[in-house]
Design a protein around this ligand. Structure first.
Ligand code: FES
Length: 241
């Protein structure tokens, strides 16, 4: 089977603007888009740049846009793309460092702002923590996030407002706030009670559509909004008593 891989190329050191370059690619075997890109780089053009690591849809490094759809190159199979012309572009709304490699700094900086790790003042129990199944059910969906950046890159709010924390960071905050081991004070997590945080989301649900791991980040944002309102009401009633 022969394919044309139309890949967006851009080297800021020598190109004025991004452009598409076509590569003819033949394979008798079933290959992932990532494997095809590696073959093209190894056999046709060693200057082609893209990120990858695990090759198993775990590390989140290979997010890109394949025939107009956000996906992980390592889990998208060339055969199943249903077309001989395969158009590959880097994640949008992030600066291109080279070809399919984008600058993920805004994504990591947003994530850092929500303190994405367990905040506990308790000493860990000798036999480790035990989380009940019903508590795990509330956070399992969000634990699956592999931080590929597809949701952030697809989010129309993040694309127009650089202050917005974005779907991945807010869903991750929801994951920790709902974890029974996490003891962060209300004041610490409610700092996202802002236009650049929880209330920035336009509920367009693009993040839910593009997530390759079905995390549905917008569900996390909604859940966190509800929790914030409930906590506020509890506080008001407590103060009045
Ligand atoms: Fe790790 Fe694709 S290479 S997710």
């Amino acid at each position: 089977m022969e394919y044309i891989f139309r890949i967006l190329r851009f080297d800021p050191l020598k190109d004025k603007s991004p452009y598409f370059k076509d590569y003819r690619y033949q394979t008798p075997e079933t290959k992932s888009t990532l494997e095809a890109l590696m073959d093209i780089r190894n056999e046709q053009d060693c200057t082609l740049s893209f990120r990858y690591s695990c090759r198993e849809a775990i590390c989140g490094s290979c997010g890109m846009v394949i025939n107009g759809e956000f996906d992980l190159a390592c889990r998208s199979m060339v055969e199943s793309l249903g077309n001989n012309l395969i158009v590959i572009e880097p994640l949008p709304n992030l600066e291109i460092e080279k070809d399919l490699v984008v600058n993920m700094d805004p994504f990591w900086e947003a994530l850092d702002k929500v303190d994405p790790c367990i905040q506990s003042i308790d000493k860990a129990p000798e036999k480790g923590y035990r989380i009940e199944e019903n508590e795990m059910e509330k956070i399992w969906q969000f634990i699956n996030c592999i931080l590929c950046g597809c949701c952030y890159s697809a989010c129309p709010v993040a694309s127009r407002d650089e202050r917005y924390l974005g779907p991945a960071a807010l869903a991750k905050l929801n994951r920790f706030v709902r974890d029974p081991r996490d003891k962060r004070p209300f004041l610490s997590w409610s700092k996202v009670n802002t236009e650049a945080g929880l209330w920035g989301c336009d509920t367009i649900f693009k993040c839910n559509d593009v997530c390759p791991k079905e995390v549905r980040p917008a569900d996390g944002i909604e859940a966190l909004r509800r929790k914030l309102v409930v906590e506020k009401i509890k506080r008001i009633f407590k103060l009045k008593r």
